[in-house]
Design a binder for this molecule. Structure first.
Ligand code: NCD
Ligand code: ZN
Ligand code: ZN
Length: 427
């Protein structure tokens, strides 16, 4: 079966410009990319007219929460992957803080099987570092790898014991697998829900200090150095973490890192009031931290952009700032937010943003996806860069709509998403 995407604009990194191209897809792979100024003979093939639109390798999101199994009232694999597809993502990696926690081969297999049945995009499951993410006992890394897990993480909580983390890295290294860390020292954050900054001061509440994150980063880059493991830092949000990762990279530690759109575009000073849609972990930090993570991404200290899509039901988020769970949804606003705030303003080239969402995650996690070239998997995103539209959480494909970005007027809306040569979502 063949599919053509004709007349779309493809980013050329060498020229730093968009170029009009026709793309022929055969089966699940890109067969050919050619000059788009001539109309090709497409025969009886399916054709997508992408004239005037951006055509990119599908976006890759290496940090998401699909909530399945166990929390299907927030999201499930069907709705989560639909939401991803609507946001232009074609490969996503899901976190193991499900119920049960993804700490056995059976749960990894459940995720892969359900994705095959009802998923719109590719799903790569992470498995937990410790059983039930309790930090007490390592999971069976070898069995989890054999079942299809692509890395180990206790995302949602930090691994509190340095010895446990060191054992995890040594074992992961022996299996050639990455360790992905949610960096948080529990003794510094207990009961707190916004960062130490202007918002906390104004409201007379105690805030989460930056060290709660950076202490783990510092500890773990040392453990990565001594074990030789690939260590990947989740949702970097502080100046101190950026500094430590930069230092570790400079001496050859195998460390990589990610940042979320909300930590790039929002600070604690933007929080309008006690609204739980502004509560996430890590919390929004100070403007100085925002500047530092932007610079970290720009100079390569931070490798990739992830959403940390963290759906929660409206009744859970209605419990008030203190009691509501941490987290915001991310798939359906990520690209428009970053395109509007960084590319349209001239701060970044379009290529810079696309690479952080396609080829860089593929490089860090050694995936075949993330490139738009002949022979690559036919995972493609088509985006309308020119029309402004307001974010309307009521229209999200996700089961949840916990976002601080409702009403924001943005450009860069995906219009069609192709996975393995099949259209999985179209406006
Ligand atoms: N980021 C969040 O605020 N919440 C995540 C957990 C996590 O990513 O640490 C969740 O599972 O809801
Ligand atoms: Zn986390
Ligand atoms: Zn997360």
């Amino acid at each position: 079966m063949s599919l053509w995407i004709i007349g779309g604009n493809v980013w050329n990194e060498a020229s730093g410009q968009l170029e009009k191209k026709n793309i022929r897809i055969e089966g699940t792979a890109i067969a050919e990319i050619m000059d788009g100024s001539v109309t090709p003979d497409t025969g009886s093939a399916e054709v997508i007219d992408a004239a005037g639109k951006l055509v990119s390798a599908g976006f890759i999101d290496m940090h998401v929460h699909l909530r399945d199994p166990g929390f299907e009232h927030k999201e499930d694999i069907e709705t989560g992957t639909k939401s991803a597809a609507k946001g232009g993502f074609t490969t996503i990696a899901c976190m193991p803080n499900t119920r049960p926690v993804t700490d056995t081969p059976e749960t990894v297999e459940y995720i892969l099987n359900k994705t095959a049945e009802v998923g719109s995009v590719k799903v790569l499951p992470y498995a937990a570092i410790t059983k039930n993410e309790l930090g007490r006992e390592l999971t069976d890394f070898a069995a989890l790898k054999a079942a299809g897990a692509i890395g180990f993480t206790d995302d949602g909580v930090g691994v509190q014991s340095a010895q446990m983390m060191k054992d995890a890295m040594a074992l992961a290294k022996s299996l050639d697998m990455p360790v992905i860390a949610h960096c948080e020292d529990n003794t510094l954050v207990e009961g707190l829900y916004v960062s130490e900054g202007e918002f906390a001061r104004k409201n007379g509440i105690k805030g989460i200090p930056n060290e709660s994150e950076a202490i783990h980063v510092g500890r773990d880059v040392l453990l990565a150095e001594s074990t030789g493991a690939h260590y990947h830092v989740c949702h970097v949000s502080t100046e101190q973490s950026v500094r430590l990762i930069r230092l570790a990279k400079s001496v050859g530690v195998q460390v990589t890192a990610e940042v979320c759109p909300h930590h790039l575009v929002l600070s604690d000073e933007d929080i309008p009031g006690m609204d739980p849609n502004w509560k996430m972990n890590p919390p929004l930090r100070t403007p100085r931290d925002v500047q530092a993570v932007i610079e970290g991404l720009e100079d390569g200290t931070i490798d990739i952009i992830v959403t940390d899509h963290a759906p929660h039901a409206a009744e859970e988020k209605a419990k008030g700032m203190q009691l509501a769970p941490f987290g915001i949804v991310g798939f359906e606003t990520a690209f428009p937010l970053l395109y509007t705030k960084f590319v349209r303003t001239g701060k970044w080239s379009l290529g810079f943003l696309l690479q952080r969402m396609t080829s860089d995650p593929a490089r860090v996690f050694r995936l075949a996806e993330g490139r738009l070239e002949a022979g690559a998997p036919a995972d493609i995103t088509i985006v309308d860069l020119d029309n402004e539209r307001a974010v309307d959480p009521a229209t999200f494909a996700s089961k949840s709509n916990n976002t601080p970005f409702g009403g924001w007027k943005l450009y860069g809306w995906p219009v069609a998403t192709v996975v393995n040569g099949a259209v999985v979502w179209a406006e």
